[in-house]
Ligand binder design. Structure first.
Ligand SMILES: *Cc1c(COP(=O)(O)O)cnc(C)c1O
Length: 443
């Protein structure tokens, strides 16, 4: 480096780290994060991409913009209510409060009056049992797949799980329930055919090796035409006659029937029809945190809770807190989005279109998350030019629209009404000519 080389002017690391604002930020972000920010900006200056004098202000700006998590909040403008790529169910306000309350030391496994150990997650369990009186007991694990794994493993060991060929489901990203069940040594005994399975098929498969009967709700596909399957009530009679437990995996996890989703089975209904254990996810239609719910007969739930896998699959305190608040608190956002008032939705959509200069078009939302595949949720969207989509996704706040038929569609179904103004500003920014976007970005 020559005497005149501007790179000599790049501030040294120790000088930047000594800046009072940087020193304060070290408590919040940690040394490694701060050093990498400093090195990044020094690197830019060395490559001539940044003036040496801008390194220190750049570090200060980067530090103040730095969030505690790299996860970016997204406004879901797709109309897909349970959006897997967006973390499925957004939590209600009370569930968010519960998360914060549970973040420190909490009595998750302690009885404060006596000072002795208590049953883990009693509050969440109690809330579920109050919401679903048809269940004698409940167990909460990490997710629906874990619940299925625990139930089939604890009830069958290396025995047979009897299941209809029409219910061998792949749940997404290449994960198949049959492979999951077999992964612990249980054996699948498939009965019937893809389109039709009869009670007799189950009956003739029952034998010495039978561990349980499993009925899986094929939540992410539809079989129509010449079809038949065996209901929970019929399977219950068979299970009782042969003394084998009946496990029903519902997937979506409605606690009670929902008129908006007439074909979606619910937990209370399956228990009343005679299931010994019902399995559901916490973050699909229930609208809570990721969790696997097992509800059913006390004796069967106790057997599952005693199995060593139960410890490996248990839910953490944050999940338990958010689940309790979801089940016993206000209507979760998932339910609000499913039952949105069409007149209000239309009015909000028109207001957005007026404000940004788009066109209102009819647009069906969807349940998503592999649930209710054939059910459209009629509504509207604002149609924008397709090239607005990437700008919306990378804007601040990030907005995920639907790209379809050469257009960018903004559906307000899953946007909380409180965010309408924020959304309008984000769409305006995405539609602004490039020059104006730069100016607003640098101000
Ligand atoms: C979604 C689903 C699962 C898996 O539940 P996760 O909570 O995603 O682990 C299992 N069974 C069925 C029928 C499902 O729909």
């Amino acid at each position: 480096m020559g005497q005149d080389d501007p790179r000599r002017l790049i501030p040294r690391t120790d000088r930047i780290l000594a800046h009072p604002e940087v020193r304060r930020a070290r408590e919040r972000l940690g040394d490694d994060v701060i050093r990498s920010i400093v090195q990044d900006l020094q690197g830019q200056a060395r490559r001539g991409e940044l003036a040496p004098g801008d390194v220190e202000p750049g570090v200060l700006a980067a530090i103040s913009a730095r969030k505690a998590t790299s996860l970016t909040p997204v406004l879901n403008a797709t109309g897909v209510v349970v959006h897997t790529n967006l973390g499925r169910a957004p939590l209600s306000r009370s569930a968010r409060e519960a998360l914060l309350a549970a973040a420190g030391y909490v009595d998750v496994e302690l009885d404060l009056p006596s000072g002795t150990r208590s049953r883990r997650g009693a509050g969440a369990r109690g809330a579920l049992l109050r919401a679903c009186p048809a269940a004698e007991d409940a167990l909460i694990v990490n997710n629906g797949a874990a619940a299925l794994l625990l139930a089939t493993t604890a009830l069958t060991g290396t025995g047979d799980v009897i299941i209809s060929r029409g219910e061998l489901v792949e749940i997404g990203a290449g994960f198949r329930l049959p492979e999951l069940i077999e992964s612990t040594g249980a054996r699948l005994r498939e009965v019937g055919t893809t389109n039709r399975t009869h009670l007799q098929d189950y009956e003739s498969a029952i034998g010495e090796r039978t561990g349980c009967l499993l009925k899986v709700h094929p939540s992410n596909f539809l079989v129509s035409g010449f079809t038949s399957s065996v209901g929970v009530d019929q399977l219950h009679s068979l299970a009782v006659t042969h003394g084998v437990p009946l496990v029903v995996d519902l997937g979506s996890g409605l606690l009670a029937p929902d008129p908006a989703l007439p074909d979606e089975p619910d937990i209370a209904g399956a228990l009343t029809a005679g299931a010994d254990v019902v399995i559901a996810s916490g973050d699909k239609l229930l609208g809570g945190p990721q969790a696997g719910l097992l509800l059913g007969r006390a004796e069967v739930i106790a057997r599952l809770a005693r199995h060593p896998l139960a410890r490996a699959l248990r839910a953490d305190k944050l999940t338990l807190a958010a689940l309790e608040a979801t089940v016993s608190g206000e209507l979760p956002p998932v339910a609000a989005a499913l039952h949105v008032d069409p007149i209000r939705l239309r009015r909000r959509t028109e207001a957005l279109a007026d404000a940004v200069g788009g066109t209102v078009v009819e647009h069906d939302g969807r349940v998503g998350g592999g649930g209710a595949p054939g059910v459209p949720l009629p509504g509207w969207a604002v149609r924008l030019p397709e090239d607005a989509a990437p700008r919306l996704r990378t804007g601040d706040p990030a907005v995920l629209p639907r790209v379809h038929g050469g257009a960018c569609l903004v559906d307000l179904r899953c946007i909380p009404e409180d965010d309408d103004e924020t959304l309008t500003a984000a769409v305006r920014a995405a539609l602004a000519p490039a020059g104006e976007r730069l100016e607003s970005g640098s101000s």
